[in-house]
Ligand binder design. Sequence first.
Ligand SMILES: Nc1nc2c([nH]c(=O)n2[C@H]2C[C@H](O)[C@@H](COP(=O)(O)OP(=O)(O)OP(=O)(O)O)O2)c(=O)[nH]1
Ligand SMILES: [Mg+2]
Length: 131
Amino acid sequence: MKRVHVAVGVIINDEQKILLAKRHSHLHQGGKWEFPGGKVENNETVTQALIRELKEEVNLDVYTSISFLEIAHNYPDKHVLLDIHLVKDFDGIGEGLENQEIKWVEVSALSQYEFPEANIPIIKKLMNEMI
Ligand SMILES: Nc1nc2c([nH]c(=O)n2[C@H]2C[C@H](O)[C@@H](COP(=O)(O)OP(=O)(O)OP(=O)(O)O)O2)c(=O)[nH]1
Ligand SMILES: [Mg+2]
């Protein structure tokens, strides 16, 4: 199976809250919470994809991002490579431009949300590093 390369943003605001978005039910891994992001197109870098996707999905202007974690995960129906970046340097308040539900949550509250299986190491690393 071809592996889909995905740029993922862990967006952290001045109150140390993280932006979550709910995937629409018809999508792959639908109904679960995610960190905004999407597929890296053939003609772009991960950073370019991250900037484009965060503008399209949640209307944020990303200035700087820091590489955080890479996760290769095989779902039964799809293989993904998540390229996760921390985003603290941005403008905007966060809006669900694709009519998805969004939420700013405390790191300590992340365990209350259902994420795609591939995200488990992300949640663990955030909870360990942001105490
Ligand atoms: N954005 C995002 N995708 C994730 C996360 N965890 C996870 O397993 N994924 C998977 C679900 C999808 O199979 C894939 C992301 O694809 P996507 O549907 O968001 O792609 P996209 O925004 O480019 O949208 P499209 O091209 O399908 O319209 O990565 C996550 O935290 N954030
Ligand atoms: Mg997406």
